[in-house]
Design a protein around this ligand. Structure first.
Ligand SMILES: Nc1ncnc2c1ncn2[C@@H]1O[C@H](COP(=O)(O)OP(=O)(O)OP(=O)(O)O)[C@@H](O)[C@H]1O
Length: 249
């Protein structure tokens, strides 16, 4: 049996606002196996951000269980949660979240600074490797303002990979990008997934789901659908089909 990277059981999250209780997640259960590429989809207010915050160990559920890579997250202290985040999860955000005026290579090295076991030479080597993996081997010393949006997102993807996380957690990662660049980034995600990297992509865009092997649809804090996609689209093929006038870069 494949290894379970994520295991969630009857997860609930509620928020108290004055006398009112908002049930953002109402008892969610699913597992994500190592090597899966899963889209978590839902319209505004369905509970995606709440789910993402819990998956990313940024928030704790009100009740239920959450395990990542066999570690039970419940009852961990803030420091322990920070360690889990740093060691096990590679985050990718819509707005890249790179440090301005800091080179690509230094941005990618950042997650390794907290790891005292990694020497500065090793850090540099791993950052170069990660940047080469995302096709930016020739942009190591560029700062974010010297890079296009797609390239900045590639730096963020390299940063997410440098710690060898058990899962990449993407939050609307193509939300700021034009169609062509989105397909380029989805092509990269598909390549990384082929190499065995587990990806969870949280989005409100149904298009994204066509590129992943499985879709979980949330509605009003519940799972409405959880299905395997038997006809995964190739983002590279979609890219090739785009008319040339869309070529901006
Ligand atoms: N901190 C909070 N306090 C109170 N209610 C909250 C809080 N966070 C989320 N909620 C409520 O929980 C529900 C789910 O919100 P959530 O942000 O997870 O949805 P979403 O699917 O991410 O929406 P969007 O796509 O608009 O970001 C909403 O009704 C929201 O108002």
């Amino acid at each position: 049996m494949a290894k379970e990277t994520i295991k969630i059981e009857n997860l609930k999250r509620q928020f108290t606002m004055g006398s009112e209780t908002v049930h953002a997640l109402k008892g969610i259960s699913f597992t994500i196996e190592e090597g899966e590429f899963v889209t978590i989809m839902g319209s505004s207010g369905s509970g995606k951000s709440t789910m993402l915050n819990i998956l990313g160990c940024l928030d704790q559920p009100t009740s239920g269980n959450y395990e990542i890579d066999g570690v039970k997250v419940k009852n961990l202290s803030k420091n322990e949660l920070a360690t889990i985040r740093n060691e096990k999860i590679g985050f990718i955000f819509q707005s890249y979240n790179l440090l301005a005026r800091t080179s690509a290579i230094e941005n990618v090295e950042l997650p390794l600074l907290y790891n005292s076991k990694v020497t500065s030479e090793e850090r540099r080597k791993r950052a170069i490797n990660a940047l080469e993996m995302v096709g930016l081997g020739d942009r190591l010393f560029h700062t974010p303002s010297q890079l296009s949006g797609g390239q900045q997102q590639r730096v963020a993807i390299a940063r997410s990979l440098v710690n060898n996380p058990v899962m990449i957690l993407a939050d609307e990662a193509t939300g700021n990008l034009d169609t062509r660049t989105s397909y380029e980034i989805m092509t990269l995600f598909q390549e990384l997934n082929k190499k065995g990297i587990t990806i969870t992509f949280v989005t409100h865009e149904p298009d994204i789901a066509t590129f992943s092997g499985r879709t979980i649809v949330l509605k009003d804090g519940e799972i409405m659908q959880d299905y395997k996609n038997h006809k995964v689209q190739s983002a590279a093929d979609q890219l090739a089909k785009l008319p040339l006038e869309n070529h901006l870069s």
